[in-house]
Design a binder for this molecule. Structure first.
Ligand code: ADP
Ligand code: MG
Length: 463
């Protein structure tokens, strides 16, 4: 249940605080437990730095929304570092904080107001000017999508229509959409570029019906020269919205206006979509974005650091890039945390500092997930248990699940290849090395597989 609420909360947080704040701070904490009697919701932070930051910036935000989710009038949110023992002490201190320090509360309220202001800002469809082609690092994983994006700007409506980017979360789809929009406007300031997330598109549509201004809604989108709709997968099962979008699509298409979309799933595999809409999505070009290689990750980290006027040493970049992160957004979150820590404590970004900030976090190498947790997650997803994994059975099915288990064990525990091999009754630890390589390759080659693994990892690290 809480998992469900947490996902809802994250979506609201992305909308109100922005995905950067969410990746950097909100997702760094995880739900610990709910003390119903005392009406306290506990969240775990990986270290004091994250705890202090989240507490001073987002406490109110947490409380407001979780009160609503849990449908209670009184609820306090409490952030703790790892172990439980400090909890009671912390409740008291946070209670005191609330009673005696209105200044802090005021500050949080101001922050919350500022966050709310962001919403109308985004609703004006203003493009994020930081997401440009210049700031986009091209690697093998995204060169096709990048080339298509660049090509399209010179031949709007004439080359590929629609252009659809697809790939896992945090791999640069939104960045590319904005980059196209920014570039179009740079070349022709009079062009009407409309960017919208599917979530908002749906909300706008629902409100248009409710308040009887469907025409205004349609007019807004029909005047677009370039329409950018992000995360089209959320249109699944929204039949009426699909219908409205379908007509809009036809209208723009017939007028040779450019339509660009993103999705985390291949159109073919998008459930809950009317066939005629699905086939429209495949009319033009479908370009995928994949997980970046280590080299590309390092290049991205350096680019992002340069944007903040920081120079990142090679070994620090390598360490951050090697953390078991499978997407660029997490990578960026980790980097921002490192840079914030360095600047607040007036230190250089050394490898030691990076290890200190990231070393104990859940998604990084060396977190505390144990073998049996991996086994549990594997079993609940593939129905193969430990004895199957240890068996000599080499059917294709079991082999791949075994390889996934090895991969997860390597990334989620501190154990050596040899220990993993022994645990799974493999005589030769090169089997484990081979499995890890294979899974890594599959993640890079197949977005769908990568998405599946991301889900597994999320499940594993949330335990
Ligand atoms: P998606 O829409 O696919 O979930 P985003 O476009 O929001 O992903 O990307 C997440 C973050 O990662 C953004 O801050 C984006 O700037 C950054 N990012 C992703 N790919 C690249 C890249 N190739 N070069 C530079 N930044 C990137
Ligand atoms: Mg996106």
């Amino acid at each position: 249940m809480i998992d469900h609420i947490w996902q809802d909360f994250l979506r609201i947080a992305v909308a109100e605080l922005g995905s950067r704040a969410v990746e950097t701070w909100i997702k760094a904490v995880s739900f610990a437990r709910y003390d119903k009697d005392k009406s306290v919701l506990y969240f775990k932070a990986p270290n004091a730095f994250v705890k202090d930051w989240v507490q001073s910036h987002y406490l109110q935000f947490f409380e407001i929304h979780f009160r609503r989710f849990l449908q209670v009038d009184v609820l306090r949110v409490c952030f703790v570092i790892g172990d439980d023992q400090q909890e009671s002490e912390l409740i008291d201190s946070s209670a005191r904080l609330i009673e005696k320090k209105p200044a802090i509360i005021k500050k949080q309220k101001a922050h919350y107001k500022a966050a709310k202001k962001l919403v109308p800002y985004q609703q004006m469809n203003r493009l994020n000017h930081l997401y440009t082609f210049d700031s986009f690092v091209v690697g093998q994983n995204n060169s096709f999508a990048y080339a298509a994006a660049r090509a399209i700007v010179d031949k709007l409506g004439k080359l590929y229509n629609p252009l659809l980017f697809y790939g896992g979360a945090g791999l640069g789809k939104t960045h590319l959409l904005h980059a196209i929009g920014n570039d179009v406007i740079a070349q022709d300031p009079s062009a009407v570029v409309v960017y919208q997330t599917t979530d908002r598109f749906i909300n706008e549509f629902i409100n248009a019906i409710r308040f009887n201004h469907v025409q205004k809604f349609q007019a807004k989108y029909k005047r677009a020269d370039v329409l950018l709709i992000d995360d089209i997968q959320f249109m699944a099962n929204k039949e009426q919205t699909q219908e409205a979008f379908f007509h809009l699509f036809n209208h723009l298409y017939d007028a040779n206006k450019q339509i660009i979309l993103s999705s985390d799933t291949m159109p073919r595999e998008l459930g809950g979509l009317a066939d005629r809409l699905r086939s429209r999505l495949e009319w033009g070009l479908v370009a995928d974005v994949q997980v970046p290689s280590l080299e590309t990750k390092i290049a991205i980290l350096k680019e992002k650091a340069a944007l903040q006027n920081e120079i990142l040493a090679d070994e620090a970049a390598v360490f951050i890039a090697q953390c078991a992160v499978s997407n660029v957004r997490e990578l960026e979150g980790a980097l921002i945390r490192v840079l914030a820590f360095a600047s607040l404590t007036n230190q250089q970004v050394t490898i030691e500092l990076v290890k200190k900030v990231l070393g104990h976090e859940k998604h990084t190498v060396g977190s505390n997930v144990e073998f049996d947790q991996v086994i549990h997650v594997v079993k609940s997803n593939f129905s193969y248990g430990l004895s199957d994994l240890r068996s000599k059975n080499r059917s294709k099915d079991i082999s791949i699940v075994r390889q996934i288990a090895m991969y997860l064990m390597k990334h989620a525990t501190n154990k050596s290849l040899r220990e993993i091999g022994e645990f799974l009754s493999r005589k030769d630890h090169t089997t484990v090395a081979h499995a890890i390589q294979k899974i890594e390759q599959m993640r890079q080659d197949q977005s769908d597989f990568n998405i599946k693994l991301e889900r597994l990892e999320r499940e594993l690290y949330q335990r």
